[in-house]
Design a protein. Structure first.
Length: 355
């Protein structure tokens, strides 16, 4: 039976990406060799790296003066690389969830951190109001809070350069990259298998801190070497290229955004009009179109495990909410078809009829 894959990450990838990656694992670029057993310095792999960097620039309309890197270490490594490279004295951070919290913890190792807003006391169920002072080196925020289902689907207007963790919503909307000193995103949601992180960094923003930066943690090392200072994670980069090609062929991020909005709209409507389910994020402006979090109303609460089983029997997988939140989370990343949303909405309606 076909599965409807709602996992939050690693998560659904397009069949195009999976099939082409599987083929390249057997025979890469007609070399008669696997992608897994060739030099990353071969002209065939260099072409993969070059095209992947170029497509990121094209799809997100990255202006001149920025470099695109593909590094290992996950988005979590960026929590320390960002302040290591960019924090001179003080930075502003917005606390919107576990990942933002982790980023704040790392930044504190390097300087003063002004937490300009937090919704922690309310279980991170909304995007807090915030004001960013002018005297900070940068303002860091998490555009999509994967665990809590909140999202900032815009580039905030602040007077300082921004840094954003876009791990779980990159390529779901156009971004005004010129407002940022850096954007980073782990690949394992909207792009590729785990193992690579995209970093878009403004070249001019580098080299202004006094501290010594270990070679591998210095963005300049990777910028200078075209993201090939050391052996890059070749397989996820190859997969990323397949996804990026598909995104371009589909018409780019505006087209993806429309598809994502339609999917999320349909699911939120089903939740809001239900007598049994209710959304955990109540302000529509704060609702994520990537991760839709919902629970059963108090009078039905004990039915939650039964619904997961009921949906599972229809091939719906990955809807259990994060362990810190409970309930349900349906992740609607770019590769998820509308057909899967329809299957979930139908399962919700049929389950309600039963009870
Ligand atoms: N930031 C966000 C928004 C995430 O959703 C995640 C993982 O789910 C991370 C950071 C951590 O990413 P990684 O596991 O690649 O370090």
């Amino acid at each position: 039976m076909k599965k409807h894959n709602f996992y939050a990450g690693p998560s659904i990838l397009s069949q195009y990406t999976i099939k082409n990656t599987a083929d390249a694992v057997i025979n890469f670029a007609d070399m008669g060799l696997s992608l897994l057993e060739i030099s990353h310095r071969s002209k065939e792999f260099q072409a993969v790296m070059d095209e992947a960097q170029q497509l990121v620039k094209e799809l997100l309309e990255v202006p001149e003066g920025y470099s695109v890197l593909f590094l290992g270490g996950g988005a979590s490594l960026q929590f320390c690389m960002i302040p290591f490279n960019l924090l001179k004295k003080k930075a502003a951070y917005l606390d919107t969830g576990t990942w933002a919290h982790n980023a704040i913890k790392e930044a504190r190792i390097f300087g003063d951190v002004d937490v300009v807003g937090s919704s922690e006391a309310d279980g991170y169920t909304y995007i807090p109001k915030f004001e960013v002072p002018d005297d900070v080196d940068y303002f860091h925020y998490t555009s999509n809070n994967t665990i809590y289902g909140t999202e900032m689907r815009y580039d905030p207007d602040v007077k300082v350069p921004m840094v954003a963790d876009m791990s779980s919503d990159i390529f779901s909307r156009p971004v005004d990259v010129a407002k940022y000193d850096a954007i980073y995103a782990g690949a394992q949601k909207n792009l590729a298998p785990a193992g690579v992180t995209i970093i878009i960094v403004k070249d001019e923003a580098l080299g202004h801190v006094d501290r010594v930066i270990p070679t591998m943690l210095d963005y300049r090392t990777h910028v200078k070497k075209g993201s090939m200072f050391n052996t890059p994670p070749v397989l996820p980069i190859f997969s990323a290229l397949q996804t990026l090609r598909l995104y371009k062929e589909m018409g780019g991020v505006k087209v993806l955004e429309k598809l994502d909005l339609d999917k999320a709209g349909k699911l939120y409507e089903a939740i809001d009009s239900s007598r049994m389910f209710t959304g955990t994020v109540t302000n529509p402006a704060d609702r994520s179109i990537m991760n839709v979090c919902f629970v059963m109303k108090p009078e039905y609460k004990e039915l939650e495990p039964e619904f997961i089983k009921f949906a599972g029997e229809r091939g719906i997988v990955g809807i259990k909410g994060h362990r810190s939140v409970g309930g349900f989370r349906a992740s609607l990343y770019n590769a998820l078809p509308m057909e899967s949303v329809d299957a979930l909405v139908e399962a919700m309606a049929d389950f309600q009829k039963k009870h």
